[in-house]
Design a protein around this ligand. Structure first.
Ligand code: SF4
Ligand code: SF4
Length: 157
């Protein structure tokens, strides 16, 4: 029996993934499709570096959507992430895996659901979660910044 695939968002031809999974896939694509090369990525200044293996490095922000938004703001011409069309298949190019999250919010949850999840996270983890955003990564660099790619690297725009 075929596994049922959850429908993704309108405008996105890829499968539904979590933000962390999407970053992981993005990094695999960045490394030419090689899972093995992702851990070897030398671009420590890339905002995805702490997440590239699918495991969050100690001290890295857990606000994945904010991280993705910052990346996309640098990638999209003029910072116009809303105008990015890389969520669709184009010729032999597959969709950009982080496209659904490019605005810094999850399209899979309503504003009300997001607020409930946020409140629940704060009640469960409290100040520890908030403070984690300001801790340095294990390499000592800040958890935000720009990617080491050339401007417009994504090329799918
Ligand atoms: S440069 Fe950035 S996007 Fe590319 S593999 Fe490294 S961490 Fe991932
Ligand atoms: S191509 Fe991908 S990384 Fe670039 S702005 Fe669009 S969704 Fe973001």
């Amino acid at each position: 029996m075929l596994k049922k695939i959850k429908e993704a968002v309108p405008g996105f031809d890829g499968p539904r993934k979590t933000a962390l999974e999407s970053i992981r896939l993005f990094c695999v694509g960045c490394m030419g499709g090689s899972f093995a090369l992702v851990p070897e990525c030398p671009s420590v200044n890339c905002v995805f570096h702490a997440y590239r293996t699918g495991v969050i490095e100690v001290g890295a922000s857990r606000r994945f959507l904010k991280v993705i938004k910052s990346y996309c703001a640098d990638c999209a011409p003029g910072g116009d992430v809303g105008g990015c069309t890389a969520g669709k298949n184009f010729l032999d190019l597959t969709p950009c895996s982080i496209w659904p999250y490019r605005r810094g919010v999850s399209p899979y949850y309503s504003a009300k659901a997001r607020e409930q999840r946020r409140a629940r996270a704060i009640s469960l983890f409290g100040i520890a979660t908030q403070e984690a955003d300001f801790l340095p990564r294990i390499d000592g660099s800040a958890a935000s910044g720009t990617c080491g790619h050339l401007a417009g690297w994504c090329g799918a725009l």
